[in-house]
Ligand binder design. Structure first.
Ligand SMILES: [Zn+2]
Length: 128
């Protein structure tokens, strides 16, 4: 073979063939890529999962906090009703203790616990 055989025409034919191969390979690659399932990035998946868990925990904690607040309000209301009831039951007359420490004024015959009227006045913050 001599250089004479490498004509411009022959080079052009090889070039065209190479371009056809290239186009066919490119199309095949595109078809392959389109058939592949989309695989998400693992870091993104983990970040999304962590955020979902955090959001869920936050939601649960918020719900528990709201429930605790409702219970606290109910308890405060109940304590207020009981304090009112105790105040109504309490004799405003002072206790009178004998030598045993019993309250003769309210017929309370034990030293411990002390006379309930005394304890009730202490509960109200008044004088024992
Ligand atoms: Zn008493």
């Amino acid at each position: 073979m001599t250089d004479d055989l490498l004509t411009d025409d022959l080079l052009t034919q090889d070039h065209k063939r190479l371009r056809e191969y290239h186009a066919a390979l490119r199309d095949a690659l595109r078809a392959y890529q389109e058939q592949q399932p989309i695989v998400p990035d693992l870091g993104d998946v983990l970040a999304d999962a962590a955020k979902a868990v955090a959001d869920k925990e936050q939601q649960e904690l918020t719900g528990q906090l709201e429930q605790a607040r409702r219970i606290a309000v109910e308890l405060e209301n109940e304590v207020a009703r009981l304090r009112d009831l105790v105040a109504d039951f309490t004799d405003s007359d002072p206790c009178h203790y004998d030598h045993h420490g019993y309250c003769q004024a309210h017929f309370w015959f034990q030293a411990e616990p002390a006379c309930p009227h005394r304890r009730a006045r202490e509960l109200e913050g008044g004088a024992a």
